[in-house]
Every structure is written in C-alpha cells, then in structure tokens.
Design a protein around this ligand. Structure first.
Ligand code: 5RP
Length: 230
C-alpha cells in the first residue's frame, strides 16, 4: 500500500476499529482491510487472540496489513487456502447513505474488493468526516502500466481528470502490491456511482476501481468513543 494513509492517533477511528473487532466470533475467517482505521481492528483482534483465546484466521489485503497482523499475533491464511470468509472489515475514504463507498487511499482497493467480496459480511469502519450525501472524492483506479495512456484518455472521456499517484517518499509513481499504477480520478460529484463503476470497469487495462457497493454496514466512531451504525 502507499503511504498516503497517515497513521495518526484518532479517537473516532479507534472507536470504530475496536468496535468492529467485537463483531468477530470464534471460528471466524476474517478479511483484514488496509489503513489506519482497520489497523485498530487488527491490533484488537491480536489482543483477543492472546487474551481471550479467540480462534480465528485472517486474510490480509496488503503487505502493510500483513506486517500489522503478524506483529499483533493474528494467525493468517490465504484465499487459496480459505476462499470463503465469514466477515471482512475495512476502512473507506468516503461513503454515502446507501453504503456505497470510495476506497483505495492506500492503493489497496483491488485486493480489498476481492477479499470483501469473498466474505459473507462486509463491515466498513470510519470516522464521521467521511460521510457524504453525494460521493465526491477522487476515485482511485488501478491500471496496468501498459494500459495507462488508453485508460487516461478514456477516463477523461468519462469526465475525470486522472492524476498518476506519486510515491510520497521517493521519485516515481506509487506501485501497488500487484505491480500496477493508480490513477486518482476526480469526477466532482458522483450522482450515479453504480453507472460510473460499470463504465470504468469496461476500460481495457483497468484492474479495479475504488467504488465499493458491497458493504453491509458502516461503523462510524465518535470522539467520545461511542459508535453509530449505518
Ligand atoms: C486503502 C483504503 C483505506 O481503507 C482507506 O483509504 C481508509 O484509510 P484510513 O482508515 O487510514 O483513513 O481504502 O486502500
């Protein structure tokens, strides 16, 4: 994953992340998303494994989450060994009332989509600032390097201004865990995310976009430690 997601202490993210860990039950096969919010979930799951003998296996969505899970002591498996997950938990960059989310701030959205769609239940964890009546943050689009130019042209035709995501701490573009580029595509307000998602998916060379329509609930953490569930 890229280093766009800063891991600053956030009471809202912490409340959401830790609450989501309480949804996990003995025997669960858990999809572990990427980012600073779900990092709280992963660490809390590690604590429950150690202190409560919780028996779970996790499937990670990025090398970053893998490192956090290993450090926290969450036993890991792969989709090859465990193709059906009982629950997946992940962050988001923005979400609306219909539980449609834009993800990919950490450039991990392709694996996040595969993992979340492998799960019976998909829970998004977030702070309240990411709630929006209309989705409007740039949509990350993972694209094969070979297809970048065509993808840029066709994304422009769809109304975006695609920007190749740059690596924050070194020269050059972000390279995803899958060896691809990310184009951040500002479409302004997105009144019909489902239609846009279908159009982006048709562009050759596009591996995956960051519009997620498969969340079952969104857990929103508050500064006082309480949570709201959409
Ligand atoms: C990574 C993601 C993240 O879940 C999203 O960017 C939210 O991150 P954070 O919890 O750090 O705010 O989609 O690809």
């Amino acid at each position: 994953m890229s280093d766009r997601n800063q891991s600053q202490e956030s009471p809202e993210k912490k409340a959401a992340g830790i609450y989501a860990a309480s949804l996990v039950q003995d025997g669960d096969r858990v999809g572990l998303g990427t980012g600073s919010t779900v990092a709280y979930t992963i660490r809390e799951l590690g604590r429950r494994v150690r202190e409560e003998n919780l028996s779970i296996v996790g499937v990670v969505t990025s090398f970053q989450s893998e490192a956090i899970a290993i450090e926290a002591g969450v036993p890991l498996t792969t989709l090859a060994q465990t193709p059906r997950l009982t629950i997946a938990i992940d962050g988001a960059d923005q979400f609306d009332q219909n539980l449609i989310a834009i993800k990919g701030g950490g450039a991990a959205h392709t694996r996040e989509k595969i993992v979340s769609m492998s799960a019976d239940r998909f829970v998004i964890v977030s702070d309240p600032k990411k709630r929006s009546d209309v989705l409007s943050v740039p949509v990350p689009v993972e694209v094969m390097p070979f297809g970048k130019e065509l993808a840029v042209r066709q994304l422009k035709e769809l109304g975006a201004n695609p920007v190749l995501r740059a690596a924050a701490k070194k020269d050059g573009p972000v390279i995803t865990d899958n060896g691809n580029f990310v184009l951040d595509c500002d479409f302004g307000s997105i009144p019909n995310p489902k239609e846009l998602a279908a159009k982006i998916s048709q562009i050759p060379g596009v591996v995956e976009h960051g519009i997620f329509m498969n969340a079952d609930e969104v857990v929103i953490g508050k500064t006082d430690g309480s949570i709201e569930i959409l």
